[in-house]
Write a protein that binds this ligand. Structure first.
Ligand code: PLP
Length: 221
């Protein structure tokens, strides 16, 4: 039976192939292993295999697992990929190295204050709702460039990247292309796009990181 480590190696190979096909340098795409819903013992083998970049979508769940794992494995980079509630800002700034889901003014302001208070500066990405889905988090595409600018000019934040989750069941290509276009206009370098079903496609559209969960850890119950 194949394990999470076998899957990890397969995903790494697929990323390398997609990089080569897109004429991109090997290693230009970072694999964010999405470990949400899996407990520490299920994550350890993947850490043992050398993976160090992980994504979690809930602050509280991440707090229950990662401080202990961090103590055992140096060099972990933890990404918050789920929505940030304002009462969780303090914990999020304390725990995460990258917060990918900044999508409104109130959060930008709160993070700016909290980062100063803690003197800890996670990298920040803006989540863009490329499909304009009412139930989905993220800033509207047409407001994204101005929002990045306000984060910089009004809140003094460094915005490193953009993140999107294309609508389920749609061809993701146009969404990845839209995110790349917004990033160019906003002068943002990093693109977090692509999940288990479409990360190879995302690499072709310029993803600098892909967020892969079930293709590594198996399906979530
Ligand atoms: C869960 C999740 C992923 C990983 O999804 P898979 O399809 O299991 O790879 C990626 N990004 C976000 C924002 C998620 O919530």
């Amino acid at each position: 039976m194949s394990t999470s480590v076998d899957h990890l190696l397969e995903v790494r190979q697929a990323i390398a192939r997609a990089e080569a096909e897109a004429n991109r340098h090997e290693g230009s795409v970072t694999l964010v292993a999405v470990s949400k819903t899996f407990d520490a013992d299920e994550i350890r083998p993947v850490l043992e295999a050398g993976q160090r970049v992980f994504g979690e979508n809930r602050v509280q769940e991440a707090q229950s697992k990662w401080p202990l794992l961090r103590a055992d494995y140096p060099g972990i980079e933890l990404h918050l990929i789920g929505p940030l509630q304002s009462n969780k800002n303090e914990d999020a700034v304390a725990l995460f190295d990258v917060i990918e889901t900044v999508d409104r003014e109130k959060i930008a302001a709160a993070l700016a204050g909290e980062m100063k208070r803690q003197n800890r500066f996670p990298k920040l990405y803006i989540q863009v709702n490329t499909g304009s889905e009412p139930q989905k988090a993220g800033i509207e595409p047409k407001e994204a460039v101005a929002f990045v600018k306000r984060c910089r000019d009004v809140h003094g934040l460094t915005i490193e990247g953009l993140m999107c989750i294309p609508p389920a069941g749609e061809n993701p290509g146009p969404h990845f292309a839209l995110l790349e276009k917004i990033a160019r206009k906003a002068e943002v370098e990093k693109l977090s796009m692509g999940m288990s079903g479409d990360y190879e496609i995302a690499v072709g559209f310029g993803a600098t990181s892909v967020r892969v969960g079930s293709a590594i850890f198996g399906s979530r119950s």
